[in-house]
Write a protein that binds this ligand. Sequence first.
Ligand code: ADP
Ligand code: MG
Length: 306
Amino acid sequence: MPHIIEIKNLTHSYQKKIPVLNNLSLDIEQGEIFGLLGPNGSGKSTLFKILSTLLFPTKGSILFEKKDLLNSREEVRKHIGVVFQNPSLDKKLSVFENLIFQGYLYGLKGKKLTQKINTILEKLDLITRKNDKVEILSGGLKRRVEIAKCLLHNPKILILDEPTTGLDPSIRASLWKDIFALKQEGMTCLITTHLMDEAEFCDRIGILDKGYLMALDTPSHLKKNIGGEVVTFKSKNINDLSQKLKKTFSCSTKILDDELRAETNNGSDLLTQALKTFPQEIESVTLSKPTLGDVFIQKTGHSLEQ
Ligand code: ADP
Ligand code: MG
């Protein structure tokens, strides 16, 4: 697939302080759902502000369809739709009025604009709420109106900054259905999240930590590369058990949140052997397939929640 966005050696520092994005290079493929996964403060919104042409980076280059994004910002803006982390709707206006004003900003008007709005509202299942004031809508519907707003000018890529934060799981799921439907129509979506289960929905993900890109691949490849399975032990003397397991079974171990995690190709074997060899030291043990949470820990040395 051709690349719609190519980011090379991007670095950004606010007020000349420590960089919050560090020499980041990544490409977004046409038509994919790309997820940027990282904890709060990892630089996701900063990258979004740069990509949406609102912030000029300290260093680096970005191509949008092979054009220099940083030097053709007016042109690029015509082709991107942005849903920011903070709500951008006028609560006192109706859904329709919000969309009308957005349309004006893009130079759309008259019958063409009204038709476009109706089509989008139909598509996003918002048509019955067209004349409702935004302030009476639920959080999930408001988010959908935000998406409707940024579709008006037929963008080639949608960039969404934590679009599901603060929403109930069922509403999050319905928003993801909208995102999948847009992908079906050929839309490229770039989405940030700090939620592991959402990252699973993406075609590819980048793991961002403290402004560094720590991993970049499909969720399944990232999980596969971790090894077979993860065995998690609880013990009163966790450091001691860690040393013993390493020495006896030559497995890699990591202590996190009072738990000892071992990654291995054959989890059930390790689990059984460890229980047999160190019955006194082990309080409890669980076996699981690697999750993106495990990938995150392996790549960054800490859990996403930390
Ligand atoms: P995320 O979206 O992943 O939570 P941000 O990009 O918002 O991360 O923030 C990355 C870092 O940059 C944080 O340490 C944050 O405090 C800092 N930061 C964000 N915006 C500004 C700003 N306008 N001025 C100074 N520092 C900022
Ligand atoms: Mg953010």
